[in-house]
Design a protein around this ligand. Structure first.
Ligand code: ARG
Length: 471
């Protein structure tokens, strides 16, 4: 049923929206979380209006005091949000107008289009800082696992088949590289967010003498030297949703990394590997099978990555094909962003918690890495150093492996004469290749899993993730 319009845009309307339309179009149920940013934006905007002579200092101060009181009410959970007022912006403006007559001037030279763009840019800066903190904590938990298992070796896998021996810490440091790139990506998204939209108006700015740089400065949209950064095209400012997509993409990629880490952990905890165990605190049992201990936190980390990808896809599809500039479709941009943020924070915390309870089964790791076949490539390198071309060496070692398989003996148990029949370059010292520690020590180049390199990586991560490492 139509009611007379109480909305701020109601002037040209004789009837208000249907109840169904109100329910359909309201966003306050989810954008109310933007309140602190919306209020910060309104305080900066009103300060600028006073600076430009469009408000008196008294009006500005009254507006600021009113906004502060509203924020306190919201934080105390006492504010009454009204869906009839559509969104966070109108709810706050209406509440302010009830307290402060000057609030009727607050929307001077501003539209909800540049207002919501500003709120979201402030949100992204905040969200990226939170995520960077949580990622740092997860990275530190990972480093602690590496520190507690410095001397452990495991097979590295390709195609999920045993490939070559590595230090356990080298595998963990691969994850650390992934997570550290994620943390850097959130810093980049925050840098992209750091441009102030206010002043773009609905689409074409304003005829009033505003000072965009003043507002930008007041809100902290400044470069490293403190110079204000304002968006450069009013139409792009209200139409652009790149940041939403970049943020969701950074979350989705973080999710992919989490999923791969989780998958490794799940495999390692299985009876087939048994390289690790996870604490009861992050596992669950089966209601039917009493013996079960399931790595649910890891499975959920893997599962959440689907959701993070879905949110990215929602945003890409939402924006694709929209004519410039603002369209109401864009109101749908917030739920996927908020969900990606909330879930990514949870995931980072759960990863840190799961890692904190990880224990390494040294015997199982030692047994697995003792497989001499892991050093078949080293045997080919041995021939290369004797002048054999690598392709020929690879072929010869392949024949040695086949012979061991046919005779059902370990590679390093074959008689030297048999091996020499396959290739004359095999010397009496050929079994020396299977000394695991020597084999690892030879992997001494940058980025390799030898002990000297891994020690360097320990030093690097300890420095980089140290208590003061807030880069
Ligand atoms: N709630 C709206 C949104 O999030 C605010 C912008 C509304 N602008 C408009 N022209 N109706 O998109």
């Amino acid at each position: 049923m139509a009611k007379s319009s109480q909305a701020s845009w109601g002037g040209r309307f004789t009837a208000g929206p249907a109840d169904l339309m109100l329910r359909f179009s309201e966003s306050v149920s989810f954008d109310c979380r933007l309140a602190p940013f919306d209020i910060a934006g309104s305080k900066a905007h009103s300060a600028m209006l006073a600076h430009a002579g469009l408000l008196t200092a008294k009006e500005r101060d009254a507006i600021h005091a009113g906004l502060d009181a509203i924020l306190a009410e919201i934080e105390a959970g006492k504010f009454r949000w009204d869906v009839k007022l559509e969104d966070v912006h109108m709810n706050i403006e209406r509440a302010l107008t009830k307290r402060v007559p000057a609030a009727a001037k607050l929307h001077t030279a501003r539209s909800r289009n540049d207002q919501v763009a500003t709120d979201m840019r402030l949100f992204f800066k905040h969200a990226c800082a939170v995520l960077r903190d949580r990622l740092l904590a997860a990275e530190r938990a990972l480093l602690a696992v590496a520190q507690a298992s410095r001397d452990v070796l495991i097979p590295g896998y390709t195609h999920l088949q045993r490939a070559q021996p590595v230090q356990f810490a080298h595998h963990l440091f691969a994850w650390l590289e992934m997570l550290d790139r994620d943390r850097a990506r959130f810093a980049e998204v925050a840098a992209h967010a750091n441009w102030c939209p206010l002043g773009a108006g609905a689409i074409a700015g304003t005829t009033l003498p505003i000072d965009r740089e003043f507002t930008a400065k007041a809100l902290g949209f400044v470069d490293a030297k403190g110079r204000p950064q304002v968006t450069q095209n009013s139409m792009d400012t209200v139409a652009d949703r790149d940041l939403f997509i970049e943020f969701a993409a950074a979350c989705a990629l973080f999710g992919v990394h989490l999923s791969r880490i989780a998958e490794d952990l799940i495999l390692w905890m299985s009876a087939e590997f048994k390289f690790i165990d996870l604490s009861d605190a992050f596992c669950t049992g089966s209601s039917l099978m009493p013996q079960k201990k399931n790595p649910d936190s890891c499975e959920l980390l893997r599962g959440k990555s689907a959701r993070l990808q879905g949110n990215l896809h929602t945003l890409l599809t939402l924006v694709k094909g929209l004519p410039l500039t603002y369209n109401r479709d864009l109101q749908e941009d917030k739920p996927p962003v908020f969900d990606s943020f909330d879930q990514s924070v949870l995931c980072a915390d759960v990863l840190a918690g799961t890692l904190a309870g990880l224990t390494v089964n040294r015997d199982r790791c030692a047994a697995a890495v003792a497989d001499p076949a892991l050093l078949a490539t080293d045997l080919a390198d041995y021939l290369v150093l004797k002048g054999v071309p690598f392709r020929e060496a690879h072929h010869a070692v392949g024949a040695v492996v086949r012979l061991a398989e046919n005779n059902a003996v370990q590679l390093d148990h074959l008689p030297t004469e048999e091996v020499q029949k396959i290739h004359p370059a095999f010397g009496a010292d050929w079994v020396g290749v299977f000394d695991l520690n020597r084999a690892l020590a030879k992997r001494a180049g940058t980025g390799m899993p030898g002990p000297a390199q891994v020690a360097r990586q320990f030093a690097r991560w300890e420095k980089q993730l140290g208590a003061k490492a807030r880069n």
